[in-house]
Design a protein around this ligand. Structure first.
Ligand SMILES: C[S@@+](CC[C@H](N)C(=O)[O-])C[C@H]1O[C@@H](n2cnc3c(N)ncnc32)[C@H](O)[C@@H]1O
Length: 276
Protein backbone atom coordinates (compact mmCIF):
# COMPACT_ATOMS: atom_id res chain seq x y z
CA UNK A 1 0.00 0.00 0.00
CA UNK A 2 2.77 2.43 0.92
CA UNK A 3 4.43 1.60 -2.36
CA UNK A 4 1.24 2.27 -4.30
CA UNK A 5 0.72 5.60 -2.63
CA UNK A 6 4.30 6.62 -3.23
CA UNK A 7 4.01 5.58 -6.85
CA UNK A 8 0.80 7.55 -7.42
CA UNK A 9 2.09 10.74 -5.87
CA UNK A 10 5.26 10.44 -7.94
CA UNK A 11 3.39 9.98 -11.21
CA UNK A 12 1.53 13.26 -11.05
CA UNK A 13 4.39 15.71 -11.48
CA UNK A 14 5.87 13.43 -14.17
CA UNK A 15 2.63 13.71 -16.14
CA UNK A 16 2.65 17.49 -15.87
CA UNK A 17 6.25 17.51 -17.11
CA UNK A 18 7.54 19.61 -14.23
CA UNK A 19 9.87 17.10 -12.57
CA UNK A 20 11.09 14.81 -15.33
CA UNK A 21 13.45 17.29 -16.98
CA UNK A 22 15.15 17.98 -13.65
CA UNK A 23 15.64 14.30 -12.90
CA UNK A 24 16.88 13.70 -16.42
CA UNK A 25 19.41 16.50 -16.14
CA UNK A 26 21.01 15.26 -12.92
CA UNK A 27 20.87 11.47 -13.26
CA UNK A 28 21.59 10.81 -16.89
CA UNK A 29 22.03 7.17 -17.84
CA UNK A 30 25.63 5.98 -18.19
CA UNK A 31 26.72 2.76 -19.90
CA UNK A 32 27.10 0.14 -17.11
CA UNK A 33 30.85 -0.24 -17.76
CA UNK A 34 31.37 3.56 -17.62
CA UNK A 35 29.30 3.67 -14.44
CA UNK A 36 31.60 1.00 -12.92
CA UNK A 37 34.70 3.05 -13.77
CA UNK A 38 33.06 6.10 -12.15
CA UNK A 39 32.32 4.11 -8.99
CA UNK A 40 35.91 2.85 -8.90
CA UNK A 41 37.19 6.45 -9.04
CA UNK A 42 34.64 7.45 -6.37
CA UNK A 43 36.60 5.23 -3.97
CA UNK A 44 40.23 6.16 -4.56
CA UNK A 45 42.38 9.21 -3.85
CA UNK A 46 42.54 10.42 -7.44
CA UNK A 47 41.76 14.04 -6.48
CA UNK A 48 45.25 14.49 -5.01
CA UNK A 49 47.18 11.92 -7.11
CA UNK A 50 49.08 14.47 -9.20
CA UNK A 51 50.51 16.33 -6.20
CA UNK A 52 50.95 13.23 -4.02
CA UNK A 53 52.33 10.67 -6.47
CA UNK A 54 52.98 11.97 -9.95
CA UNK A 55 54.75 15.33 -9.84
CA UNK A 56 56.61 14.74 -13.10
CA UNK A 57 53.46 13.88 -15.06
CA UNK A 58 51.84 16.95 -13.47
CA UNK A 59 54.71 19.31 -14.28
CA UNK A 60 55.16 18.12 -17.87
CA UNK A 61 51.43 18.31 -18.60
CA UNK A 62 51.22 21.83 -17.12
CA UNK A 63 54.15 22.92 -19.26
CA UNK A 64 52.41 21.77 -22.47
CA UNK A 65 49.04 23.24 -21.52
CA UNK A 66 50.78 26.58 -20.84
CA UNK A 67 52.68 26.39 -24.09
CA UNK A 68 49.79 25.62 -26.45
CA UNK A 69 46.60 27.03 -24.92
CA UNK A 70 46.03 30.72 -25.59
CA UNK A 71 44.03 32.60 -22.99
CA UNK A 72 41.23 33.18 -22.34
CA UNK A 73 39.38 30.42 -24.22
CA UNK A 74 36.62 27.87 -23.61
CA UNK A 75 37.84 24.45 -22.49
CA UNK A 76 36.04 21.13 -21.99
CA UNK A 77 37.87 19.09 -19.32
CA UNK A 78 36.54 15.58 -19.97
CA UNK A 79 37.62 13.16 -17.25
CA UNK A 80 38.42 16.19 -15.10
CA UNK A 81 39.56 14.18 -12.05
CA UNK A 82 40.57 16.49 -9.19
CA UNK A 83 40.44 19.56 -11.46
CA UNK A 84 44.10 20.64 -11.22
CA UNK A 85 44.36 21.49 -14.93
CA UNK A 86 40.97 23.21 -14.92
CA UNK A 87 42.10 25.39 -12.04
CA UNK A 88 45.24 26.45 -13.90
CA UNK A 89 43.20 27.33 -17.00
CA UNK A 90 40.50 29.13 -14.99
CA UNK A 91 43.22 31.26 -13.38
CA UNK A 92 44.13 32.33 -16.90
CA UNK A 93 40.53 33.39 -17.58
CA UNK A 94 39.30 30.28 -19.41
CA UNK A 95 35.66 29.18 -19.20
CA UNK A 96 35.12 25.49 -18.44
CA UNK A 97 32.86 22.56 -19.15
CA UNK A 98 33.62 19.85 -16.56
CA UNK A 99 32.64 16.22 -17.18
CA UNK A 100 33.52 12.99 -15.42
CA UNK A 101 31.94 9.58 -14.79
CA UNK A 102 32.85 9.93 -11.10
CA UNK A 103 30.44 12.19 -9.19
CA UNK A 104 32.91 12.41 -6.30
CA UNK A 105 35.71 13.70 -8.54
CA UNK A 106 33.39 16.09 -10.33
CA UNK A 107 32.36 17.50 -6.94
CA UNK A 108 36.03 17.73 -5.91
CA UNK A 109 36.90 19.64 -9.09
CA UNK A 110 34.02 22.08 -8.57
CA UNK A 111 35.02 22.52 -4.91
CA UNK A 112 38.61 23.25 -5.97
CA UNK A 113 37.46 25.95 -8.40
CA UNK A 114 35.02 27.41 -5.86
CA UNK A 115 37.73 27.53 -3.18
CA UNK A 116 39.98 29.45 -5.57
CA UNK A 117 37.15 31.94 -6.28
CA UNK A 118 36.87 30.66 -9.87
CA UNK A 119 33.51 28.87 -9.67
CA UNK A 120 31.77 31.46 -11.86
CA UNK A 121 33.91 30.33 -14.81
CA UNK A 122 32.23 26.90 -14.89
CA UNK A 123 29.91 26.83 -17.90
CA UNK A 124 28.67 23.30 -17.16
CA UNK A 125 29.41 20.39 -14.84
CA UNK A 126 27.94 17.00 -15.57
CA UNK A 127 28.38 13.35 -14.60
CA UNK A 128 28.76 12.19 -18.17
CA UNK A 129 30.86 9.87 -20.25
CA UNK A 130 33.24 11.15 -22.91
CA UNK A 131 31.19 9.13 -25.41
CA UNK A 132 28.12 11.35 -24.91
CA UNK A 133 28.62 15.04 -24.19
CA UNK A 134 25.35 16.10 -25.78
CA UNK A 135 24.85 18.78 -23.10
CA UNK A 136 27.79 20.75 -24.59
CA UNK A 137 26.95 22.62 -27.83
CA UNK A 138 28.68 21.80 -31.12
CA UNK A 139 31.68 24.01 -32.05
CA UNK A 140 31.57 25.82 -28.70
CA UNK A 141 35.06 24.99 -27.37
CA UNK A 142 38.63 25.94 -28.27
CA UNK A 143 40.28 23.15 -26.29
CA UNK A 144 39.29 19.66 -25.14
CA UNK A 145 41.28 17.85 -22.46
CA UNK A 146 40.74 14.10 -22.80
CA UNK A 147 43.25 13.15 -20.12
CA UNK A 148 41.66 10.01 -18.73
CA UNK A 149 38.72 8.59 -20.69
CA UNK A 150 40.59 6.95 -23.57
CA UNK A 151 42.36 4.50 -21.28
CA UNK A 152 39.05 3.42 -19.76
CA UNK A 153 37.14 2.82 -22.99
CA UNK A 154 37.63 -0.80 -24.00
CA UNK A 155 36.58 -0.91 -27.63
CA UNK A 156 37.85 0.92 -30.69
CA UNK A 157 34.33 2.10 -31.42
CA UNK A 158 33.89 3.65 -27.95
CA UNK A 159 37.26 5.41 -28.19
CA UNK A 160 36.34 6.70 -31.65
CA UNK A 161 33.01 7.90 -30.26
CA UNK A 162 34.82 9.87 -27.52
CA UNK A 163 37.25 11.34 -30.06
CA UNK A 164 34.27 12.17 -32.32
CA UNK A 165 32.51 13.94 -29.44
CA UNK A 166 35.67 15.98 -28.73
CA UNK A 167 35.87 16.91 -32.42
CA UNK A 168 32.19 17.93 -32.42
CA UNK A 169 32.71 20.26 -29.44
CA UNK A 170 35.72 21.96 -30.99
CA UNK A 171 35.82 24.86 -33.37
CA UNK A 172 37.93 24.58 -36.52
CA UNK A 173 41.63 24.56 -35.49
CA UNK A 174 40.63 23.75 -31.88
CA UNK A 175 43.09 21.72 -29.80
CA UNK A 176 42.71 18.34 -28.13
CA UNK A 177 45.08 16.98 -25.48
CA UNK A 178 44.50 13.23 -25.27
CA UNK A 179 46.21 10.75 -22.92
CA UNK A 180 46.87 7.06 -23.39
CA UNK A 181 48.65 4.65 -21.07
CA UNK A 182 51.32 2.73 -22.90
CA UNK A 183 51.12 -1.03 -22.67
CA UNK A 184 54.76 -0.97 -21.54
CA UNK A 185 53.79 1.03 -18.43
CA UNK A 186 51.95 -2.03 -17.20
CA UNK A 187 54.98 -4.24 -17.73
CA UNK A 188 57.09 -1.68 -15.86
CA UNK A 189 54.65 -1.83 -12.96
CA UNK A 190 54.83 -5.62 -12.84
CA UNK A 191 58.63 -5.60 -12.96
CA UNK A 192 58.83 -3.01 -10.18
CA UNK A 193 56.32 -4.80 -7.99
CA UNK A 194 56.74 -8.51 -8.58
CA UNK A 195 59.28 -9.59 -11.21
CA UNK A 196 58.27 -13.24 -10.84
CA UNK A 197 54.78 -12.42 -12.01
CA UNK A 198 56.34 -11.60 -15.34
CA UNK A 199 57.22 -15.27 -15.72
CA UNK A 200 54.06 -16.96 -14.49
CA UNK A 201 51.71 -14.65 -16.42
CA UNK A 202 53.52 -15.14 -19.72
CA UNK A 203 50.37 -16.30 -21.52
CA UNK A 204 48.53 -13.17 -20.42
CA UNK A 205 51.30 -10.88 -21.63
CA UNK A 206 51.77 -12.58 -24.96
CA UNK A 207 48.03 -13.02 -25.43
CA UNK A 208 45.47 -10.56 -24.17
CA UNK A 209 47.71 -7.66 -23.17
CA UNK A 210 49.29 -7.37 -26.59
CA UNK A 211 46.11 -8.23 -28.49
CA UNK A 212 43.52 -5.82 -27.09
CA UNK A 213 45.38 -4.14 -24.20
CA UNK A 214 42.39 -4.51 -21.87
CA UNK A 215 43.03 -5.26 -18.20
CA UNK A 216 41.09 -5.23 -14.93
CA UNK A 217 41.46 -2.45 -12.37
CA UNK A 218 41.43 -4.95 -9.55
CA UNK A 219 42.20 -8.69 -9.44
CA UNK A 220 39.37 -10.98 -10.58
CA UNK A 221 37.30 -8.06 -11.90
CA UNK A 222 36.23 -7.61 -15.53
CA UNK A 223 38.50 -5.46 -17.70
CA UNK A 224 37.98 -1.72 -17.19
CA UNK A 225 41.24 -0.25 -18.46
CA UNK A 226 42.68 -0.10 -21.95
CA UNK A 227 46.43 0.11 -22.49
CA UNK A 228 47.59 1.41 -25.83
CA UNK A 229 50.58 1.88 -28.10
CA UNK A 230 51.76 5.10 -29.68
CA UNK A 231 50.76 3.77 -33.11
CA UNK A 232 47.23 2.98 -31.93
CA UNK A 233 46.77 6.34 -30.19
CA UNK A 234 47.95 8.15 -33.30
CA UNK A 235 45.72 6.11 -35.60
CA UNK A 236 42.62 6.70 -33.48
CA UNK A 237 43.14 10.46 -33.16
CA UNK A 238 44.30 10.78 -36.77
CA UNK A 239 40.73 10.36 -38.04
CA UNK A 240 39.82 13.92 -36.96
CA UNK A 241 43.05 15.59 -35.87
CA UNK A 242 46.45 16.65 -37.12
CA UNK A 243 49.23 15.89 -34.63
CA UNK A 244 51.13 18.78 -33.08
CA UNK A 245 53.23 16.98 -30.50
CA UNK A 246 53.56 13.67 -28.69
CA UNK A 247 54.82 13.86 -25.12
CA UNK A 248 55.90 11.14 -22.69
CA UNK A 249 55.01 12.11 -19.13
CA UNK A 250 56.49 9.21 -17.20
CA UNK A 251 59.72 7.34 -16.74
CA UNK A 252 61.05 4.78 -14.27
CA UNK A 253 62.03 7.70 -12.06
CA UNK A 254 58.78 9.62 -12.13
CA UNK A 255 56.93 8.30 -9.07
CA UNK A 256 57.23 10.20 -5.82
CA UNK A 257 56.65 7.17 -3.61
CA UNK A 258 57.93 3.65 -3.98
CA UNK A 259 56.59 0.20 -4.59
CA UNK A 260 52.94 0.79 -3.67
CA UNK A 261 52.46 3.55 -6.21
CA UNK A 262 53.43 1.25 -9.04
CA UNK A 263 50.30 -0.77 -8.47
CA UNK A 264 48.37 1.98 -10.23
CA UNK A 265 49.21 2.57 -13.86
CA UNK A 266 49.19 6.25 -14.81
CA UNK A 267 49.27 8.08 -18.14
CA UNK A 268 52.42 7.46 -20.10
CA UNK A 269 51.92 9.51 -23.20
CA UNK A 270 49.92 12.44 -24.46
CA UNK A 271 49.13 13.75 -27.89
CA UNK A 272 48.34 17.38 -28.56
CA UNK A 273 46.48 17.69 -31.86
CA UNK A 274 44.65 20.29 -33.92
CA UNK A 275 41.20 19.66 -35.40
CA UNK A 276 41.16 19.78 -39.20
C1 LIG B 1 43.53 8.92 -13.88
S1 LIG B 1 42.21 10.07 -13.85
C2 LIG B 1 42.90 11.49 -14.66
C3 LIG B 1 42.34 12.79 -14.14
C4 LIG B 1 42.91 14.07 -14.77
N1 LIG B 1 42.35 14.32 -16.08
C5 LIG B 1 44.42 13.98 -14.89
O1 LIG B 1 44.92 13.97 -15.99
O2 LIG B 1 45.08 13.92 -13.84
C6 LIG B 1 41.05 9.46 -15.06
C7 LIG B 1 39.74 10.26 -15.00
O3 LIG B 1 38.92 9.94 -16.14
C8 LIG B 1 37.60 9.70 -15.68
N2 LIG B 1 36.95 8.83 -16.67
C9 LIG B 1 37.19 7.52 -16.93
N3 LIG B 1 36.42 7.09 -17.94
C10 LIG B 1 35.67 8.16 -18.34
C11 LIG B 1 34.68 8.35 -19.35
N4 LIG B 1 34.29 7.36 -20.16
N5 LIG B 1 34.15 9.57 -19.49
C12 LIG B 1 34.51 10.61 -18.66
N6 LIG B 1 35.42 10.47 -17.69
C13 LIG B 1 36.01 9.26 -17.53
C14 LIG B 1 37.80 9.07 -14.30
O4 LIG B 1 36.64 9.10 -13.51
C15 LIG B 1 38.93 9.93 -13.77
O5 LIG B 1 38.48 11.13 -13.22
Amino acid sequence: MIGMHHHRSFCKPFASGSILPLIGAKFRYLEPSHDDVGRFYDQIDEAIRLEAEDPIEYAITLRYLQRYIPDPVTVADVGVGGGQYSELLARRGCRLHLADVSQRLLDAAVARLDAAGLGSQIESQRRASATDLSHVPTASCDVVLLLGPLYHLLTTSERRQAIGEAARLLRHDGLIFAAGINVLTYLRNILADDPEEFGWRRDFFLGQLFIDGNIALQPKQPAAMHLTTVAELRAELGTAFEEITLVGVESFASKIVGRRAYLHATPASRLCCKKF
